[in-house]
Write a protein that binds this ligand. Structure first.
Ligand code: ZN
Length: 310
């Protein structure tokens, strides 16, 4: 695609100096995707992010500046599985980028769209395709970015699609991917050992976004404080969760940092447990702007709250 754009630009007589500075323009929806695009794209891309990382990904506020970025984007990198539906569909609609159009199923449709969920084993897929009112995880659980072992899949998707969009630099993207995986994969192996004491620990989370993380850490998440994803906790439901936790000896409560702390703290007090605060995107906490730092911080917060430190 980019080669074609360059050829057309040359035919139109654009200055070569402007073209030299014309890196592939990438928009990535979340900070960890920005980080991975930077690692894989290197000097051949310029990347802008949309969500800051501190907000609820299901409720990201759309800014006019996002529209301009999306309009000019050669690649739009997103997590998919409807995770960005609250903001990306509307933005793509007004951005009018012919290579990246809003799509209710695929989020983004067109040659510039880079869906990082391709190849991810999707958990919590609904039994039926009927969409209950207010369902915010209609295609299965979209929070796969919380599990470190999905990092390589994300990076491979980014490298594969950037190589297709900008074939001239395909070898560079593959080289950068290799270097990134050489750093990430040993970390994942290290973290797997680090979380060994968490195996079989029972816990609840505020939002149902920990299923992939549960699989990685061995933590058994038995319920969520929200009545259902995106629906605030009710006193009756929270009381039921507390009873279930007591029955099963669950003490760990996960609160995603953008949610109010009171409910989680109350539940932890009722069960003699502790709250682990997690980010659902990189940059949720200062100093966690990369996928590696984000993953590491979340795992350490879980280990600390579970009292499973070696
Ligand atoms: Zn969610």
């Amino acid at each position: 695609m980019r080669t074609i754009t360059l050829a057309v630009s040359l035919l139109l007589g654009f200055a070569p100096s402007a073209l030299a500075a014309n890196r592939l323009r990438v928009v990535a929806t979340t900070p960890e995707l920005v980080d991975i695009v930077k690692r894989v794209g290197g000097d051949f891309v310029s990347v802008d992010g949309l969500a800051r990382g501190t907000e609820d990904i299901h409720q990201v506020v759309m800014k006019p500046s996002f529209v301009t970025k999306l309009n000019r984007a050669n690649a739009v990198v997103f997590l998919g599985l409807t995770l960005e539906h609250s903001f990306l569909l509307g933005l793509l609609d007004v951005a009018r980028n012919n290579d990246a159009k809003p799509d209710p199923v695929k989020t983004c449709a067109g040659p510039a769209c880079v869906d990082c969920s391709e190849g991810v084993e999707v958990l919590d897929r609904p039994q039926t395709l009927s969409r209950a009112e207010g369902e915010i995880h209609p295609q299965g659980n979209p929070h796969y970015n919380l599990s470190p072992d999905n990092g390589p899949t994300i990076a491979k998707n980014v490298a594969r699609r950037l190589s297709e969009i900008d074939a001239a630099h395909a070898a560079d993207y593959q080289k950068n991917l290799k270097a990134y995986l050489a750093e990430l994969e040993p970390k994942i192996a290290e973290w797997k050992k680090l979380v060994a004491p968490l195996k079989g620990v029972k816990a609840v989370s505020y939002h149902a976004d920990v299923v992939y993380l549960g699989r990685f850490t061995g933590i058994e998440f038995i319920d969520s404080l929200e009545l259902k994803p995106g629906v605030a906790p009710t006193p009756t439901h929270v009381a039921k969760v507390v009873a279930k936790m007591r029955e099963q000896g669950a003490r760990l409560v996960v609160r995603e940092q953008h949610f109010e702390p009171k409910t989680s703290e109350w539940v932890a007090a009722q069960t003699g447990g502790k709250v682990a605060v997690l980010g659902i995107m990189a940059n949720a906490f200062p100093g966690t702007e990369t996928f590696i730092k984000f993953s590491e911080r979340n795992l350490n917060n879980l280990i600390e709250a579970a009292g499973a430190k070696k």
